[in-house]
Write a protein that binds this ligand. Structure first.
Ligand code: 6R9
Length: 655
């Protein structure tokens, strides 16, 4: 377990204020402990009660958990429900005129819609999908900018039992194509363009590129929301239809289709340790329950809240805390099209002031970049509406935590550092903020019913202060059900034999302190975390070697002040090792190449060239060595097993 031992020094502790605690949904440590004990003593009873109380069922379930075909667990398997009904219809008797979404566009235009209006829009779009024959189980790919329509499209799929797969708008045509093919989508929903930071982001043309790439004959229709200034878009007659034409004349009522609790709600592709993205498949009821519980538990949701999660709907955070969670509890939420730094670094704070946001959820990378642009900027705004802050996506460094706590939260708002993953569907480790005191840099304790632990290779819990593998020992409702088209990979990736195929292996290392608080240390696999986004090193390597100039490539991460990690590629060309201007030119080309193969977020920050890569005598690339080279560290490791020691010198040379 070398390399993952802890170097913990943080000792500050921040309990919630009396005021926060007294008003919280889960008030005080006793309340938290009671829930945990209930879950421990009667696991199924606990989850069954949660599911009965929080979800409106069309047909109640009689069975809570079925473990007979582990690890393909089933929850509430004979129950029937509709997720869109739970997110919209059930609120209408009391909340029809409550604001559901406050949408702010990139240039600051604000659109507000009520639950009633959301209902109409979702129904119309669902009727559009129905009229073209989309039914339960069909797949719909959504490649949209942040917009009310993106949420409408997701909810409309849920309403008719179709399975959506949202692809982040920053992914390239090639990545989109791969996902469309893997999901065999019948429909793609997109916009002509997006607008971010004052710049147009092409979307429809990328969809065309994806579809022209071949293999996408499954796609019958492309529905195009007219977002940006250009009136037209590249068009294929018979296949493409404008969103407004698609819904024209469609009834504003659409009966929600009852689906089984275990019917897939969506597939979301994420990076793993091989070149091929994993299609993480989530259920309807278990996923919804995770979203609802964590809105109440972690975000202490109150009907008077204005909730704002800044994540894009293309990521899991945007699914659970934009597309589903806030709606399922009847919240008013802010949805933002733009970026935190446009028109200036005060944008977030200005929006919090203007919309009176009370619960704000963002990523450490955004916080760090805003600190850098002016640590005192938040002072210029009235942030008194805030009562709770959250972070997600990567470990938050204590300095950034303290700044967030003091400058944004005014020392008054607890910070919920939430650890979870695409695969877990909702928060796993996070403080219940009216109960659990927080510590800068720790995601604190497991939520009730989440049997998290840190174990060694043999599956034994490690002692406090020692690093180990983060696992979840019992199935939980919101967990990934399988990988789309790849159940074998699902088993292999998450339920290793070493743990008798029983523990869910998260892929992170972590340690615990004396109080049992969890401190996440990082990934144990070949997955990087760049600006809170997961990127597989193998994915980037495959993209690089697909370039005709490249013979071999290895990609590693290197710590980065703002992004958390940056991407460093070591490349062997088919031709001679380049230098000077030529190397610069090739680097620029390769960066563009990776951008078009995967997406701009995967472009290497740095490329180094060698005549070869450092390998062991058995031919394995020595990645640990490459990580040290990337960091500019002196090489102290034993390199006697290295096949070709001179290569190291070449790779250490910076261009
Ligand atoms: C929700 C999300 C999951 C990976 C996860 C871990 C890292 C997420 C974190 C965190 C430390 C936190 N991660 N939250 N690390 N503290 N609060 O980000 O999902 O994109 O699937 O990434 O992100 O390494 O394994 P996803």
């Amino acid at each position: 377990m070398s390399g993952i031992d802890s170097i913990l020094t943080e000792t500050r502790v921040f309990p919630p204020s009396d005021e926060f605690r007294i008003n919280a949904n889960i008030s005080g440590m006793d309340a938290y402990n009671t829930l945990c004990e209930q879950a421990a003593s009667d696991y199924e009873g606990f989850w069954g009660k949660q599911a009965k109380e929080n979800i409106t069922w069309f047909k109640p379930f009689t069975k809570v958990l079925n473990e007979s075909n582990a690890p393909f667990y089933k929850w509430f398997e004979d129950g029937e429900l509709n997720v869109s009904y739970n997110c919209i219809d059930r609120h209408l008797p009391l909340l029809a005129n409550k604001l559901a979404i406050i949408f702010e566009s990139d240039n600051g235009t604000v659109t507000r819609i009520t639950y009633m209006e959301l209902y109409r829009r979702v129904c119309q779009f669902a009727n559009g999908l129905k009229s073209m024959g989309i039914t339960r189980g069909d797949r719909v790919v959504i490649y949209m900018p942040m917009s009310i329509e993106a949420v409408v499209a997701m909810q409309a799929c849920a309403r008719i039992g179709a399975i959506h797969s949202v692809v982040f708008g920053g992914f390239s045509g090639k990545s989109l194509q791969e996902r469309i093919i893997d999901a065999k989508a019948r429909v793609v929903v997109t916009a002509n363009e997006g607008v971010r930071g004052g710049k147009l982001v092409p979307l429809k043309s990328v969809v065309d590129e994806a579809l022209d790439g071949g293999g996408c004959e499954c796609v019958e229709r492309v529905i195009v929301f007219k977002r940006a200034v250009h009136e037209d878009a590249p068009w294929t007659i018979g296949r493409d239809v404008w969103w407004h034409d698609f819904i024209k004349g469609k009834p504003e009522h659409c009966e929600p289709t009852p689906v089984n609790a275990e019917d897939p709600l969506f597939i979301l592709y994420t990076s793993g340790s091989t070149g091929k993205p994993k299609g993480v498949q989530h259920s309807s009821a278990g996923y919804l329950l995770g979203a609802i519980n964590t809105m109440r538990w972690t975000f202490d949701y109150k009907p008077s809240d204005i909730f704002w999660c800044t994540a894009d709907v293309g990521w899991i955070t945007g699914h659970t805390y934009v597309g589903y969670g806030p709606l399922a509890v009847g919240a008013t939420q802010v949805i933002f099209e733009g970026v935190p730094t446009y028109p200036d670094a005060g944008r977030f704070w200005k929006m919090i002031e203007q919309h009176r946001v009370s619960v704000f959820y963002t990523a450490p990378t955004a916080i760090r970049s805003l600190i850098k642009l002016g640590a005192d900027i938040p002072e210029q705004y009235d942030l008194s509406s805030l009562r709770l802050l959250g972070t997600v996506g990567e470990p938050i460094n204590p300095e950034a935590w303290m700044w967030y706590y003091e400058k944004v939260g005014g020392g008054r708002c607890p910070i919920a550092d939430t650890w979870w993953q695409t695969e877990t569907g909702s928060h796993m480790l996070a403080p219940m903020p009216g109960a659990v005191p927080t510590k800068p840099g720790s995601c604190t304790l497991p939520l009730p019913g989440i049997m998290a632990d840190i174990v060694d290779e043999a599956g034994f819990p490690v002692e406090a202060g020692k690093g180990g593998f983060l696992v979840i020992k019992r199935p939980f409702p919101s967990q990934v059900r399988t990988l789309w088209n790849d159940p074998e990979r699902f088993k292999k990736s998450y339920f290793p034999e070493e743990y008798n195929n029983k523990y869910y292996l998260a892929g992170d290392s972590a340690h615990r302190d004396e109080q049992g608080y969890f401190w996440i240390m990082g990934r144990i696999d070949d997955v990087l975390n760049v600006s809170g986004h997961r990127l597989g090193t193998m994915e980037i390597e495959s993209a690089l070697v697909a370039n005709p100039l490249v013979a071999e490539a290895a990609v590693v991460g290197k710590p980065h002040e703002i992004k958390g990690e940056s991407v460093v590629a070591f490349v062997v060309l088919k031709g001679p090792r380049p230098s000077g201007e030529e190397a610069k030119k090739i680097t620029a080309n390769l960066r563009e190449w990776v951008g078009s193969e995967i997406g701009a977020l995967a472009k290497p920050d740095e490329i180094r060239y060698g005549d070869n890569l450092p390998k062991t005598r058995s031919g394995k690339i020595m990645r640990r060595l490459l990580r040290a080279v990337a960091k500019g560290e002196e090489i102290t490791q034993d390199i006697s097993t290295l096949e070709n020691p001179t290569i190291l010198k070449q790779l250490q040379e910076t261009l």
